[in-house]
Write a protein that binds this ligand. Sequence first.
Ligand SMILES: Nc1nc2c(ncn2[C@@H]2O[C@H](COP(=O)(O)OP(=O)(O)OP(=O)(O)O)[C@@H](O)[C@H]2O)c(=O)[nH]1
Ligand SMILES: [Mg+2]
Length: 314
Amino acid sequence: MADLNFDTKNEERPSVTPVDETETIEQMPENPIQVPEHNHGLSSEELNDANKIKVTIADYKTPLVILFGAPACGKTMTLIRLTRYLQSKGYTVQPETSFRPAYDKNYREMCENFDTMINSEDAAQSTDRISFMLVQVMRNGRPLCQILEGPGEYYFHPGAPQAPFPKYVNAIINSTNRKIWAIMIEPDKTNPRMDVEARRNYVNKIHKLKTKISPRDKVIFIFNKIDETNFVIGPGRINYPETMKRTKYLYPNIFNRFTNENPITRWFAPYNFDFVAFQTGDFSEAADGTLTFEEGHEVYPRKLWDVIMKHIRG
Ligand SMILES: Nc1nc2c(ncn2[C@@H]2O[C@H](COP(=O)(O)OP(=O)(O)OP(=O)(O)O)[C@@H](O)[C@H]2O)c(=O)[nH]1
Ligand SMILES: [Mg+2]
């Protein structure tokens, strides 16, 4: 049984597995597992075994942009910032309702309240509730790409760094969609779970991923939380050489598997990925303890979107 299900209209694809709609974690308060707030919506079976997680990518032709990164590196907020930017520029960004099974009430509510959530200033409202999200970006009714956001722990778990990817991640890796891997990194001291050892282990996980991704896929490294570094000269004006140097220091050997092997182009383009510095926004704690979000400068999502579009076009 594949965890990644495709459009049932296509006979050759595995179909969505029927599920017991009554089985929700809300109805199982006696569940002994400590469930992180943002995993609400997963069935008890999925919570007990990540290999049971079911996702469906109905559109297996439109390219997939996968936000890949450790817990709390900023995947959800990146999706939110990018969505806000795209909507302000006249793009349609809408969640794919079929992505999660019907028992995931949390997902259904996220789909119904997507615009409100995207525009909320309460950062926790969005990041705690959004666990899985697949959105479609359209321009003039034409789909351009789908952006996939998932819990970081299923890509890299600092407490279980050797854990293999759950089945659904492998299924996404092996899906027929053309893929753009947006691999996220961040400065040190911005994420308590990502200490020196965790960052080294994360590099290993990225290398593992590299062995699985298709040569026609593209890779973008997103250095998020750039506002927490000294490399910002002005909005969007980044000291890129220093940011790269810092990345190599914080994540030793991270780019080793991404060197450009082309004998001609490698002299002026040593790597085969794009590198984008990013800031989703400013986060401040309000008097009542809630974390408020103020979106960052537009230049960041604009540049990121430009790079994504470059890869979508070819
Ligand atoms: N300084 C700064 N902090 C950020 C930025 N983006 C995200 N953060 C912080 O990182 C936290 C986690 O962001 P999320 O978007 O929820 O992270 P995530 O990768 O979705 O995390 P998981 O869902 O647990 O995998 C936020 O609550 C912010 O505190 C940024 O651009 N700058
Ligand atoms: Mg998240």
